[in-house]
Design a protein around this ligand. Structure first.
Ligand SMILES: [Zn+2]
Length: 379
């Protein structure tokens, strides 16, 4: 069934007043399908003209002035922010209640109409589940002109849902890294577009709305700025999205300081945490997890080489932290959240485990009041 709040009645267009800006060399260009900087290959963010009027509307549509398309009615779906009774001064932003049960709903809600506006109606995607589901769900419920090729490792095929006429499932006898490479080769050989993964700025603009919404809800409940945010990471796209949201919230004078950003992995697959603790400026061979395993399936990525330098920048500039948590800590946090009425997948539960671990060691990043991002409900 089509989502009546998200149907586009006219073809969306990319706004003329927004730019891609390279996170490395700062080059500005008009938004296009060049998801990496044409000058240096860096990742790019989207920059907007100054905006000061009060926001109106519901869900993602409320943030239309901070989203990159014209003539588009964004989804009005939102999620709640709930104070935990179990842990002092921790609020949970529960995106597990969104359609598809995951925050990745937000990424497709921006990336898909952006692709449409740029003339792309067929996409090749590869993921361990949630990202692909977000595109499949968009094709099935909202965008009748979208078709998708989904590359998935055999080991993860049961995670792909929302199959339909316009979704072709391409199961690979390969690990996730090789599956991703095959998807890219298939797209190139057949003249299709892949979704661009971490480098796709439109995906990050979608995820940004989770943070904007959480900040507004936090201010309403507390009349003060949040001190920290916590997210579980694989490539860490959400961390870059969060930083964009923080900068915009600061410009809008919603918050008076940038929150500390805390990124959590599980000890059995923690290439980012390990690389950082070893003082590496890039992911090195030693850091790569070749056989990712662990309870938190949504964050089983062994080699986030492209995003790592950007993650370090955000964590350091916000005085945040990288932390890894073990299986027992994941289980305990998941139980706590369940007792609070929050259904969290293990990856989402890693956020609470991360806060607890940092607080045990009196780490300053987890001091004060903060928000854990419950990115998904299903393992
Ligand atoms: Zn550049």
């Amino acid at each position: 069934m089509l989502d009546p709040t998200a149907i586009y009645k006219t073809e969306p267009t990319v706004r003329k007043d927004v730019k891609f800006e390279c996170l490395s060399c700062k080059l500005q260009t008009s938004p296009s399908l060049n998801f990496q900087c044409v000058q240096c290959g860096g990742a790019q963010k989207i920059v907007y003209p100054a905006y000061s009027r009060p926001l109106q509307g519901k869900g993602m549509n409320r943030y239309a002035p901070l989203l990159p398309l014209d003539r588009h009615h964004w989804s009005e779906t939102s999620s709640s922010l709930q104070k935990l009774s179990s842990d002092l001064d921790v609020w949970a932003k529960n995106d597990g209640t969104l359609p598809i049960g995951n925050t990745k709903f937000r990424q497709a809600a921006v990336a898909v109409p952006a692709f449409m506006a740029l003339g792309v109606h067929h996409l090749v995607v590869a993921s361990t589940g949630n990202s692909s589901n977000s595109y499949c769900h968009a094709a099935r419920t909202t965008y009748p002109k979208l078709s998708v090729d989904v590359f998935v490792p055999e080991s993860h095929k049961s995670r792909i849902q929302y199959l339909g006429d316009r979704v072709t499932l391409r199961i690979q006898q390969a690990d996730f890294v090789e599956t991703g490479e095959r998807a890219k080769r298939y797209a190139a050989a057949n003249g299709h577009h892949s979704d661009g993964g971490f480098f796709n700025p439109f995906r990050r603009e979608g995820l940004k709305t989770a943070y904007l919404e959480a900040i507004e809800q936090f201010l309403e409940q507390n009349q003060c700025s949040p001190d920290f945010f916590v997210q579980a990471i694989s490539s860490g796209m959400g961390i870059i999205a969060a930083y964009s949201a923080f900068q915009e919230a600061l410009k809008l004078r919603w918050i008076d300081h940038i929150p500390a950003m805390i990124a959590v992995q599980q000890t059995s697959c923690a290439p980012v945490v390990n690389a950082y603790e070893r003082g590496h400026s890039t992911i090195e061979d030693l850091d790569i997890e070749r056989n990712p395993k662990g309870l938190a399936a949504a964050i089983l990525r062994g080699n986030p080489v492209a995003s790592y330098p950007y993650l370090v920048q955000v964590i350091e500039s916000t005085k945040g932290a990288f932390v890894a948590v073990d299986e027992n800590e994941l289980r305990a946090s998941k139980s706590t959240l369940a007792a609070e009425g929050i259904q969290a997948c293990f990856a989402a539960a890693a956020t609470l485990a991360g806060v607890r671990k940092l607080r045990e060691s009196c780490h300053p990043a987890a001091e004060g009041k903060g928000v854990i991002m419950i990115t998904g409900s299903k393992d």
